[in-house]
Write a protein that binds this ligand. Sequence first.
Ligand code: FES
Ligand code: FES
Length: 171
Amino acid sequence: MKMEKHRVSINVNGKDYSEEIEPRTLLVTFLRDIAGLTGTHIGCDTSNCGACTVIMNGRAVKSCTVLAVQANGSNVLTIEGLSKDGDKLHPIQKAFIEKKGYQCGYCTSGMILTALALLNRKRNLTEDEIREALSGNLCRCTGYDSIIDSIMLADSEMAKTEKEEEIFVEA
Ligand code: FES
Ligand code: FES
C-alpha cells in the first residue's frame, strides 16, 4: 500500500536535513539512510539494546523508538557530532579510548551519548548513577566495568576542560 509522504526537517549535528518520508519511518532510519550518519547503530528489533541512542533536544532517546515525524523540528546529536572538526575528539571519546570502554564497538556510540546526556545534567556521578543511566544500553563484550571507568574519567576530565574551553555539545 502506498503511503502518503510527509516533509520532515530535523537538525542533526547543527545541519538541517529535510525530506519527504513515509510516516512510519523511524528516526534511526532517517539518521542512517537520509542523513548518512551510520554511527548510530541498530542492534535489535525490540527496543532493548540502546545501540541506536542519540540525544534529541537534550535527552537521550532510542532512535528506533521515535518516528522521524515525531522528531520534526528537533535538534539531534549523533556520535558524528561530538568531534566538531572531525579531528579533535571530545573528552568522553578520549576517556573511552583511555579506559578501553569498548571492544567490538557496536554499543559504543549509544553508550557515549547516553552518558553524555547524563553528564550534561549532572556531574560527580556515582557508579550507581552511571549504572542506572546505562540500564537501557546493552554491551555483549566488555562486562561494563571499563565503560563505567570511562564515564567516570570523562566526568572528571570534562570538569577540568570546561574551565579552559567550551566543550558541552548540546542537541
Ligand atoms: S536498535 Fe536496539 S534499542 Fe534501538
Ligand atoms: S563493545 Fe561490543 S557490544 Fe559493547
